[in-house]
Structure formats: structure tokens, C-alpha cells
Design a protein around this ligand. Structure first.
Ligand code: NDP
Ligand SMILES: O=C(O)C1=N[C@H](C(=O)O)C[C@H](O)C1
Length: 254
């Protein structure tokens, strides 16, 4: 086995994935970032060539930036290699590119690779399905000061789970960035609030609130290793799948 190729290799998650792979004895084929720099593991330089990395990898893991997605998918489709995408801040155009690539290769895209968050999503879906729409749903997240996108990919994943439970499409009900004289809350909305500060690895809370009572379901990531281990587990699972689009539920049996 030639191993996993890491896209966004010089970043916080790229480094965490390389460390987790080495700890687990999983081979690394190499790393790519938009600027060739340093090493991803002893003797393995980080290059700027995703096509060459895809050609020599068994499976790719991408935690980089939305602007890099098209080139990374092209490289994987050309090489016929599976790719797990953890990058967040994706828009509809990125999801269309993922759907197109998934016609010919296995693609797993998720806003969160941890077991805990994906189990939380299953609980949120169940709660939303059980509670009437007189229960308001609000999602609050906090991340470190370097994070560039909001709401987090995880907050959106949890919002999708709540919407599924309610039998609605999130796009028509999402309420973000309240400020000023907003008027009363829109009935049936799913609200999002994002906090940024310090070194927080990732906190998420889903609040169900009605007259006189409140249910709060949440998850706190204490470090990036949980995402890195989940990404490696997901990539190993993905390498054995046919072409198609997947998420972490299938990997974790949820
Ligand atoms: N799904 C999940 O479980 C998780 C997802 N994430 C997501 O993963 C992504 C990366 O997070 P993190 O590692 O903290 O971020 P970093 O900024 O530390 O790492 C991203 C890396 O990608 C590089 N990069 C930026 N633009 C491009 C480009 N156009 N082409 C190639 N490389 C590029 C960055 O370079 P430079 O620094 O020069 O910009 C950096 O080295 C984020 O979207 C984050 O939200 C994070 C944790 C868990
Ligand atoms: O940028 C991060 O750090 C994280 N991003 C992901 C997200 O947007 O949800 C996952 C995790 O919360 C950490």
C-alpha cells in the first residue's frame, strides 16, 4: 500500500492527520499545499502538485480551502482515486463539483469526521422528529480565532440533521447573523450563532426551546486528534467503496 495523500498538508489539520497516521502505523504517500514547503513526515517533502500526489496515493484526504477543491477533485478523478473532503465553507457550486466527481470516484464529504459529532447529529435528528415545530431550534458554535468560515461545517451538518428530522429543507428555514431590530423570531426557523476566540478546537450546542422548557444537546472537541483519527478511519473505509458520494454515517454505522 502506498498510503494516504494529504491535501492542505502544511495546515493545522494536515499536520494533525500526518501525526495520527504515524501513530497508527498508516503509510503516508505525501503531502501537497499551495506552496511547496517543509516535510509532511521525515523524508517526505510537501509539494505543490496534487496530480502527482493523487497518482501515487491509495486515497486522498483534503483539509485545505474551498478555493483548492476543484483542482483537488480534478487530480483525483484523473488518477481514479478516492477522496475524503473535510474542508468547510463550501457553497452550492462546490457541492455540484463533488456530485460530478462522485460519478466516477468514491467521495466522502463531511463537516466533521469525529464519532461524537456524528452521533450528536443522529440524536438531533431524532429530537427534531419527536418535538413539534413549537420547539425553536438554535445552533451555537465556538471555534479558535483563526477559523475563516461561519457558521462552521459542523453547525450546518447539525442544522441539516434537525431539518431532516422535521421533514424540511434547511435552505428555506435557516436564520443567520441576527443584528439590530430583527423582529420576532420567524416560526419554524433554525437559527445559527458563531463565536470566535482563543484556541477552542470546536464546541457545538443545539438548543430546542419552547414555552417553559429547553433541551440542550452538545459536543466539545478537546483537540484536533479526534478529527484526524476520524478522517483516517473514513479514508480507509472509502478506499474499499465503489464510486459515489458518502458521509461519515456509513463509516461509523450510524
Ligand atoms: N471536517 C472536519 O472534521 C474538520 C474540518 N476542518 C476544516 O478543514 C479546513 C482546514 O482547517 P485547518 O487545518 O485548521 O486550516 P489551516 O489554514 O491551518 O490549513 C489549511 C491549509 O490549506 C492551505 N491552503 C489555503 N488555500 C489553498 C489553496 N487554494 N490550495 C491549496 N492549499 C491551500 C493553507 O495555506 P495558507 O496557510 O498559506 O493559507 C493551509 O496550509 C478548514 O476548512 C476547516 O474548517 C477542520 C477541522 C475538522
Ligand atoms: O476549523 C476548524 O477548526 C474546524 N472546522 C470544522 C467545522 O467547520 O465544523 C470542524 C471542527 O469543528 C473544527
Amino acid at each position: 500500500m502506498s498510503g494516504i495523500g494529504i491535501l492542505g498538508a502544511a495546515g493545522r489539520m494536515g499536520r494533525a492527520i500526518a501525526q495520527a497516521a504515524q501513530e497508527a502505523g498508516v503509510p503516508i504517500a505525501g503531502g501537497v499545499d499551495h506552496v511547496a514547503q517543509g516535510e509532511i513526515a521525515p523524508g517526505l517533502p510537501i509539494t505543490g502538485d496534487p496530480a502527482a500526489l493523487a497518482a501515487r496515493s491509495d486515497v486522498l484526504i483534503d483539509f485545505s480551502a474551498p478555493a483548492a477543491l476543484a483542482a483537488h477533485l480534478d487530480a483525483c478523478v484523473t488518477a481514479g482515486k478516492p477522496i475524503l473532503i473535510g474542508t468547510t465553507g463550501l457553497e452550492a457550486s462546490h457541492h455540484a463539483l463533488i456530485d460530478a466527481a462522485a460519478q466516477s470516484i468514491p467521495v466522502l464529504q463531511t463537516g466533521n469526521t469525529s464519532l461524537g459529532v456524528n452521533l450528536l447529529a443522529a440524536l438531533v435528528e431524532r429530537a427534531a422528529a419527536s418535538l413539534g415545530d413549537d420547539w425553536d431550534i438554535e445552533i451555537v458554535e465556538m471555534h479558535h480565532r483563526h477559523k475563516v468560515d461561519a457558521p462552521s461545517g459542523t453547525a450546518l451538518l447539525l442544522g441539516e440533521a434537525a431539518a431532516r428530522g422535521r421533514g424540511i429543507a434547511l435552505a428555506g428555514y435557516s436564520e443567520r447573523g441576527r443584528d439590530g431590530i430583527t423582529g420576532a423570531r420567524t416560526a419554524g426557523a433554525i437559527g445559527f450563532a458563531a463565536l470566535r476566540g482563543g484556541s477552542v478546537a470546536g464546541d457545538h450546542q443545539v438548543i430546542f426551546a419552547t414555552e417553559g422548557e429547553r433541551i440542550e444537546l452538545g459536543h466539545r472537541a478537546e483537540n484536533r486528534a479526534i478529527f484526524a483519527r476520524g478522517a483516517i478511519r473514513g479514508a480507509q473505509w472509502l478506499a474499499g467503496q465503489p464510486a459515489g458520494r458518502y458521509d461519515m454515517k456509513a463509516v461509523l454505522g450510524l
